[in-house]
Design a protein around this ligand. Structure first.
Ligand SMILES: *Cc1c(COP(=O)(O)O)cnc(C)c1O
Length: 355
Protein backbone atom coordinates (compact mmCIF):
# COMPACT_ATOMS: atom_id res chain seq x y z
CA UNK A 1 0.00 0.00 0.00
CA UNK A 2 1.25 3.46 -0.82
CA UNK A 3 1.43 5.17 2.58
CA UNK A 4 0.46 8.53 1.11
CA UNK A 5 -2.90 7.14 -0.05
CA UNK A 6 -5.95 7.26 2.17
CA UNK A 7 -6.84 3.82 3.47
CA UNK A 8 -9.75 2.32 1.53
CA UNK A 9 -11.51 1.28 4.69
CA UNK A 10 -14.80 0.51 2.92
CA UNK A 11 -13.16 -2.20 0.85
CA UNK A 12 -11.35 -3.75 3.80
CA UNK A 13 -14.42 -4.01 6.01
CA UNK A 14 -16.78 -6.96 6.06
CA UNK A 15 -19.79 -5.86 3.97
CA UNK A 16 -22.36 -6.20 6.76
CA UNK A 17 -20.21 -4.11 9.11
CA UNK A 18 -19.80 -1.44 6.47
CA UNK A 19 -23.59 -1.21 6.19
CA UNK A 20 -24.35 -1.57 9.92
CA UNK A 21 -26.37 1.12 11.64
CA UNK A 22 -24.95 1.22 15.20
CA UNK A 23 -26.96 1.26 18.43
CA UNK A 24 -27.35 4.79 19.61
CA UNK A 25 -27.24 4.96 23.40
CA UNK A 26 -29.05 7.55 25.46
CA UNK A 27 -25.73 9.10 26.41
CA UNK A 28 -24.67 9.37 22.75
CA UNK A 29 -27.60 11.58 21.90
CA UNK A 30 -27.20 14.15 24.69
CA UNK A 31 -23.68 14.69 25.98
CA UNK A 32 -24.25 17.54 28.45
CA UNK A 33 -23.58 16.89 32.13
CA UNK A 34 -26.32 19.04 33.63
CA UNK A 35 -30.00 18.26 33.19
CA UNK A 36 -32.95 16.22 34.31
CA UNK A 37 -32.04 12.79 33.00
CA UNK A 38 -35.17 10.79 32.27
CA UNK A 39 -33.79 9.09 29.16
CA UNK A 40 -31.96 5.94 30.28
CA UNK A 41 -34.20 4.20 32.83
CA UNK A 42 -31.58 4.63 35.54
CA UNK A 43 -32.30 4.71 39.27
CA UNK A 44 -32.73 8.38 40.19
CA UNK A 45 -32.42 7.72 43.95
CA UNK A 46 -28.77 6.70 43.90
CA UNK A 47 -26.90 3.42 44.43
CA UNK A 48 -27.25 0.68 47.02
CA UNK A 49 -23.56 1.04 47.93
CA UNK A 50 -21.52 4.12 48.81
CA UNK A 51 -20.68 6.35 45.86
CA UNK A 52 -22.76 7.51 42.90
CA UNK A 53 -22.84 4.71 40.38
CA UNK A 54 -26.43 5.03 39.20
CA UNK A 55 -25.75 6.82 35.90
CA UNK A 56 -24.41 5.23 32.70
CA UNK A 57 -20.85 6.33 31.86
CA UNK A 58 -19.66 8.24 28.79
CA UNK A 59 -19.64 5.60 26.00
CA UNK A 60 -16.76 7.36 24.21
CA UNK A 61 -14.67 8.17 27.31
CA UNK A 62 -14.08 11.74 26.11
CA UNK A 63 -12.42 13.13 29.22
CA UNK A 64 -9.97 10.26 29.53
CA UNK A 65 -9.15 10.34 25.82
CA UNK A 66 -8.50 14.08 25.93
CA UNK A 67 -5.88 13.54 28.62
CA UNK A 68 -4.31 10.52 26.89
CA UNK A 69 -4.20 12.59 23.69
CA UNK A 70 -2.16 15.22 25.53
CA UNK A 71 0.42 12.89 27.00
CA UNK A 72 0.80 10.85 23.81
CA UNK A 73 0.66 13.76 21.39
CA UNK A 74 -2.10 12.08 19.37
CA UNK A 75 -5.45 13.55 18.29
CA UNK A 76 -8.38 12.14 20.38
CA UNK A 77 -10.10 10.96 17.18
CA UNK A 78 -7.20 8.56 16.70
CA UNK A 79 -7.79 6.85 20.08
CA UNK A 80 -9.95 3.83 20.92
CA UNK A 81 -10.18 2.59 24.51
CA UNK A 82 -11.15 -0.99 25.25
CA UNK A 83 -11.65 -3.48 28.05
CA UNK A 84 -7.96 -4.38 27.75
CA UNK A 85 -6.10 -4.40 24.43
CA UNK A 86 -7.71 -7.78 23.99
CA UNK A 87 -11.03 -6.06 23.23
CA UNK A 88 -9.45 -4.08 20.39
CA UNK A 89 -7.87 -7.26 18.99
CA UNK A 90 -11.23 -9.07 19.00
CA UNK A 91 -13.06 -6.11 17.43
CA UNK A 92 -10.53 -6.00 14.57
CA UNK A 93 -11.35 -9.60 13.67
CA UNK A 94 -15.06 -8.94 13.89
CA UNK A 95 -14.86 -5.81 11.73
CA UNK A 96 -12.43 -6.89 9.02
CA UNK A 97 -12.26 -10.70 8.74
CA UNK A 98 -14.92 -12.76 7.01
CA UNK A 99 -14.84 -16.23 8.68
CA UNK A 100 -13.63 -19.00 6.37
CA UNK A 101 -12.53 -16.47 3.75
CA UNK A 102 -10.15 -13.77 4.97
CA UNK A 103 -6.72 -14.52 6.41
CA UNK A 104 -4.47 -12.94 9.01
CA UNK A 105 -0.69 -13.13 9.32
CA UNK A 106 1.12 -13.98 12.57
CA UNK A 107 4.87 -14.14 13.28
CA UNK A 108 5.29 -16.81 15.97
CA UNK A 109 6.43 -17.17 18.67
CA UNK A 110 4.22 -14.28 19.73
CA UNK A 111 1.35 -13.23 22.02
CA UNK A 112 -1.22 -16.04 22.24
CA UNK A 113 -4.36 -13.87 22.05
CA UNK A 114 -4.00 -13.18 18.30
CA UNK A 115 -4.35 -16.88 17.55
CA UNK A 116 -7.17 -17.38 20.05
CA UNK A 117 -9.11 -14.38 18.73
CA UNK A 118 -8.67 -15.67 15.17
CA UNK A 119 -9.92 -19.11 16.23
CA UNK A 120 -12.94 -17.68 18.09
CA UNK A 121 -13.86 -15.71 15.00
CA UNK A 122 -13.30 -18.64 12.62
CA UNK A 123 -10.52 -16.84 10.76
CA UNK A 124 -7.64 -18.71 9.14
CA UNK A 125 -4.08 -17.91 10.21
CA UNK A 126 -0.98 -17.81 8.03
CA UNK A 127 2.28 -18.06 9.97
CA UNK A 128 5.71 -16.76 9.02
CA UNK A 129 7.91 -17.65 12.02
CA UNK A 130 10.41 -15.15 13.35
CA UNK A 131 14.07 -15.89 12.52
CA UNK A 132 16.42 -17.67 14.95
CA UNK A 133 17.16 -14.37 16.70
CA UNK A 134 13.41 -13.56 16.80
CA UNK A 135 13.44 -10.92 14.05
CA UNK A 136 11.05 -10.50 11.11
CA UNK A 137 11.89 -12.81 8.20
CA UNK A 138 11.26 -9.92 5.84
CA UNK A 139 11.56 -11.71 2.50
CA UNK A 140 9.15 -14.43 3.60
CA UNK A 141 6.70 -11.93 5.12
CA UNK A 142 6.59 -9.71 2.02
CA UNK A 143 6.11 -12.79 -0.12
CA UNK A 144 3.25 -13.99 2.07
CA UNK A 145 1.61 -10.55 1.93
CA UNK A 146 1.63 -10.71 -1.85
CA UNK A 147 0.30 -14.27 -2.04
CA UNK A 148 -2.43 -14.29 0.65
CA UNK A 149 -3.26 -10.57 1.10
CA UNK A 150 -3.88 -10.84 4.85
CA UNK A 151 -6.51 -8.49 6.24
CA UNK A 152 -4.56 -8.12 9.51
CA UNK A 153 -0.86 -8.53 10.32
CA UNK A 154 0.17 -8.62 13.99
CA UNK A 155 3.65 -7.43 14.98
CA UNK A 156 4.51 -7.43 18.68
CA UNK A 157 7.40 -5.20 19.75
CA UNK A 158 8.82 -5.76 22.32
CA UNK A 159 7.63 -9.26 21.54
CA UNK A 160 5.95 -11.55 24.06
CA UNK A 161 7.33 -14.16 24.99
CA UNK A 162 10.79 -13.43 23.53
CA UNK A 163 11.29 -9.92 24.99
CA UNK A 164 13.17 -8.34 22.06
CA UNK A 165 12.04 -5.44 19.87
CA UNK A 166 11.53 -5.97 16.15
CA UNK A 167 13.58 -4.01 13.62
CA UNK A 168 11.85 -0.72 12.93
CA UNK A 169 12.92 -0.71 9.27
CA UNK A 170 11.49 -4.20 8.80
CA UNK A 171 8.20 -3.18 10.47
CA UNK A 172 7.97 -0.18 8.12
CA UNK A 173 8.60 -2.39 5.09
CA UNK A 174 5.73 -4.64 6.23
CA UNK A 175 3.40 -1.66 6.74
CA UNK A 176 4.29 -0.28 3.31
CA UNK A 177 3.66 -3.57 1.51
CA UNK A 178 0.50 -4.61 3.39
CA UNK A 179 -2.86 -4.44 1.66
CA UNK A 180 -4.68 -4.67 5.00
CA UNK A 181 -4.03 -3.33 8.50
CA UNK A 182 -0.79 -3.78 10.42
CA UNK A 183 -1.18 -3.90 14.20
CA UNK A 184 1.96 -3.11 16.20
CA UNK A 185 1.39 -4.29 19.77
CA UNK A 186 3.48 -2.13 22.12
CA UNK A 187 2.22 -3.50 25.46
CA UNK A 188 5.79 -3.39 26.81
CA UNK A 189 7.00 -0.20 25.11
CA UNK A 190 7.58 1.65 28.40
CA UNK A 191 10.32 -0.84 29.30
CA UNK A 192 12.06 -0.49 25.95
CA UNK A 193 14.88 1.84 24.97
CA UNK A 194 13.56 1.86 21.37
CA UNK A 195 10.47 3.99 21.89
CA UNK A 196 7.10 3.87 20.16
CA UNK A 197 6.00 4.01 16.52
CA UNK A 198 3.17 6.25 17.64
CA UNK A 199 4.68 9.69 17.32
CA UNK A 200 6.88 8.85 14.32
CA UNK A 201 4.59 6.80 12.14
CA UNK A 202 0.89 6.96 13.01
CA UNK A 203 0.03 9.92 10.78
CA UNK A 204 2.23 8.64 7.92
CA UNK A 205 0.65 5.22 7.64
CA UNK A 206 -3.12 5.06 7.31
CA UNK A 207 -3.08 1.26 7.71
CA UNK A 208 -1.14 1.24 11.01
CA UNK A 209 -2.68 0.54 14.41
CA UNK A 210 -0.54 0.82 17.56
CA UNK A 211 -1.75 -1.00 20.69
CA UNK A 212 -0.71 0.03 24.18
CA UNK A 213 -2.14 -0.87 27.59
CA UNK A 214 -2.47 0.25 31.19
CA UNK A 215 -1.90 -3.37 32.27
CA UNK A 216 1.90 -3.43 32.47
CA UNK A 217 3.95 -0.27 33.13
CA UNK A 218 1.02 1.61 34.69
CA UNK A 219 0.36 -1.25 37.10
CA UNK A 220 -3.36 -1.41 36.29
CA UNK A 221 -3.94 -4.92 34.93
CA UNK A 222 -6.95 -5.24 37.23
CA UNK A 223 -8.68 -2.20 35.65
CA UNK A 224 -8.70 -3.61 32.09
CA UNK A 225 -7.90 -0.58 29.93
CA UNK A 226 -6.24 -0.96 26.55
CA UNK A 227 -5.47 1.79 24.04
CA UNK A 228 -5.59 1.49 20.25
CA UNK A 229 -4.24 4.32 18.10
CA UNK A 230 -5.03 4.51 14.38
CA UNK A 231 -6.50 6.52 11.53
CA UNK A 232 -9.83 8.12 12.57
CA UNK A 233 -11.67 5.99 9.99
CA UNK A 234 -10.47 2.79 11.69
CA UNK A 235 -11.24 4.12 15.18
CA UNK A 236 -14.75 5.03 14.02
CA UNK A 237 -15.31 1.41 12.96
CA UNK A 238 -14.27 0.04 16.36
CA UNK A 239 -16.50 2.56 18.11
CA UNK A 240 -19.40 1.54 15.89
CA UNK A 241 -19.23 -2.16 16.81
CA UNK A 242 -18.08 -2.10 20.45
CA UNK A 243 -20.48 -2.65 23.35
CA UNK A 244 -21.91 0.83 24.10
CA UNK A 245 -20.52 1.15 27.64
CA UNK A 246 -17.38 -0.95 27.29
CA UNK A 247 -15.45 0.92 30.00
CA UNK A 248 -17.21 1.45 33.32
CA UNK A 249 -17.29 4.91 34.84
CA UNK A 250 -15.26 3.66 37.80
CA UNK A 251 -12.60 2.45 35.35
CA UNK A 252 -12.62 5.74 33.46
CA UNK A 253 -12.21 7.75 36.68
CA UNK A 254 -9.33 5.61 37.93
CA UNK A 255 -7.56 5.63 34.55
CA UNK A 256 -7.90 9.43 34.46
CA UNK A 257 -6.34 9.62 37.90
CA UNK A 258 -3.53 7.37 36.64
CA UNK A 259 -2.65 9.39 33.53
CA UNK A 260 -2.15 12.38 35.75
CA UNK A 261 0.50 10.37 37.60
CA UNK A 262 2.81 9.92 34.69
CA UNK A 263 5.83 10.53 36.91
CA UNK A 264 4.89 7.73 39.31
CA UNK A 265 4.68 5.35 36.35
CA UNK A 266 8.14 6.39 35.15
CA UNK A 267 9.55 5.87 38.61
CA UNK A 268 8.16 2.34 38.83
CA UNK A 269 9.49 1.56 35.36
CA UNK A 270 13.01 2.67 36.42
CA UNK A 271 12.75 0.45 39.47
CA UNK A 272 11.66 -2.54 37.36
CA UNK A 273 14.47 -1.93 34.86
CA UNK A 274 17.05 -1.87 37.67
CA UNK A 275 15.59 -5.10 39.05
CA UNK A 276 15.65 -6.62 35.56
CA UNK A 277 19.39 -5.96 35.32
CA UNK A 278 19.96 -7.41 38.78
CA UNK A 279 17.94 -10.52 37.95
CA UNK A 280 19.71 -11.00 34.62
CA UNK A 281 23.14 -10.78 36.26
CA UNK A 282 22.17 -13.24 38.99
CA UNK A 283 20.64 -15.69 36.49
CA UNK A 284 23.89 -15.67 34.52
CA UNK A 285 25.60 -17.24 37.54
CA UNK A 286 23.11 -20.12 37.84
CA UNK A 287 24.49 -23.31 36.25
CA UNK A 288 20.95 -24.44 35.25
CA UNK A 289 20.53 -21.38 33.04
CA UNK A 290 21.79 -22.11 29.52
CA UNK A 291 20.81 -18.87 27.86
CA UNK A 292 19.12 -15.56 28.68
CA UNK A 293 17.62 -13.88 25.64
CA UNK A 294 18.06 -10.12 25.18
CA UNK A 295 15.03 -8.25 26.55
CA UNK A 296 13.41 -4.84 26.20
CA UNK A 297 10.42 -5.84 28.34
CA UNK A 298 9.64 -6.55 32.00
CA UNK A 299 10.38 -10.26 31.66
CA UNK A 300 13.20 -12.57 30.65
CA UNK A 301 13.07 -15.59 28.38
CA UNK A 302 15.46 -18.17 29.77
CA UNK A 303 16.58 -21.48 28.27
CA UNK A 304 17.18 -24.40 30.63
CA UNK A 305 17.95 -28.12 30.09
CA UNK A 306 14.53 -29.35 31.29
CA UNK A 307 11.91 -26.60 31.40
CA UNK A 308 8.99 -28.84 32.46
CA UNK A 309 10.95 -30.23 35.38
CA UNK A 310 12.22 -26.86 36.57
CA UNK A 311 8.78 -25.31 36.19
CA UNK A 312 7.26 -27.99 38.45
CA UNK A 313 10.00 -27.73 41.02
CA UNK A 314 9.58 -23.96 41.21
CA UNK A 315 5.83 -24.48 41.70
CA UNK A 316 6.81 -26.72 44.62
CA UNK A 317 8.49 -23.64 46.09
CA UNK A 318 5.35 -21.57 45.31
CA UNK A 319 7.24 -19.64 42.63
CA UNK A 320 5.18 -19.43 39.46
CA UNK A 321 6.85 -18.68 36.13
CA UNK A 322 5.48 -19.21 32.62
CA UNK A 323 6.42 -22.45 30.90
CA UNK A 324 6.85 -21.65 27.18
CA UNK A 325 8.67 -24.86 26.30
CA UNK A 326 5.82 -26.14 24.13
CA UNK A 327 5.79 -22.96 22.04
CA UNK A 328 7.46 -23.44 18.66
CA UNK A 329 10.98 -21.92 18.65
CA UNK A 330 10.88 -21.51 22.45
CA UNK A 331 11.66 -25.14 23.26
CA UNK A 332 13.24 -25.48 26.71
CA UNK A 333 12.28 -21.93 27.71
CA UNK A 334 10.69 -20.35 30.75
CA UNK A 335 9.41 -16.79 30.73
CA UNK A 336 10.12 -15.04 34.00
CA UNK A 337 8.47 -11.72 34.91
CA UNK A 338 10.66 -9.28 36.81
CA UNK A 339 9.39 -9.20 40.39
CA UNK A 340 10.22 -6.95 43.32
CA UNK A 341 13.76 -7.15 44.62
CA UNK A 342 12.61 -9.57 47.36
CA UNK A 343 10.70 -11.80 44.93
CA UNK A 344 13.69 -11.93 42.58
CA UNK A 345 15.92 -12.91 45.50
CA UNK A 346 13.52 -15.73 46.40
CA UNK A 347 13.66 -17.00 42.83
CA UNK A 348 17.45 -16.88 42.74
CA UNK A 349 17.72 -18.66 46.11
CA UNK A 350 15.36 -21.39 44.90
CA UNK A 351 17.30 -21.82 41.64
CA UNK A 352 20.60 -22.09 43.52
CA UNK A 353 19.17 -24.91 45.63
CA UNK A 354 17.81 -26.68 42.53
CA UNK A 355 21.04 -26.39 40.54
C1 LIG B 1 -0.04 -8.19 28.41
C2 LIG B 1 -0.19 -7.97 26.96
C3 LIG B 1 -1.22 -7.18 26.46
C4 LIG B 1 -2.19 -6.51 27.39
O1 LIG B 1 -3.44 -6.95 27.27
P1 LIG B 1 -4.60 -6.23 28.11
O2 LIG B 1 -5.80 -6.88 27.55
O3 LIG B 1 -4.51 -4.75 27.78
O4 LIG B 1 -4.35 -6.49 29.55
C5 LIG B 1 -1.30 -6.95 25.10
N1 LIG B 1 -0.38 -7.47 24.27
C6 LIG B 1 0.62 -8.22 24.71
C7 LIG B 1 1.64 -8.72 23.77
C8 LIG B 1 0.74 -8.51 26.07
O5 LIG B 1 1.74 -9.29 26.49
Amino acid sequence: MNPSLEIDIKNLLRPHIRDLVPYSSARDEYTGKVGVFLDANENPEGSVIAGKHNRYPDPLQRELKARIAEIKGVHPERIFLGNGSDEAIDLLFRAFCEPGKDKVLLLPPTYGMYKVSAAINGVEIENVPLTKDYQIDLGAVLNKIDTVQPKLIFLCSPNNPTGNTLSRDAMRSVIERASGLVIVDEAYVDFSSEGSLLQADLTNYHNLMVLQTFSKAWGLANLRVGMAFADPAIIAVLNKIKAPYNLSGVTQDLALEAVNKHEAKNKMVSEILANREWLKNELKEIPLVEHIYPTEANFLLVKVPDADELYSRLIGDKIIVRNRSRVQNCEGCLRISVGTREENEQLIDALKLLS
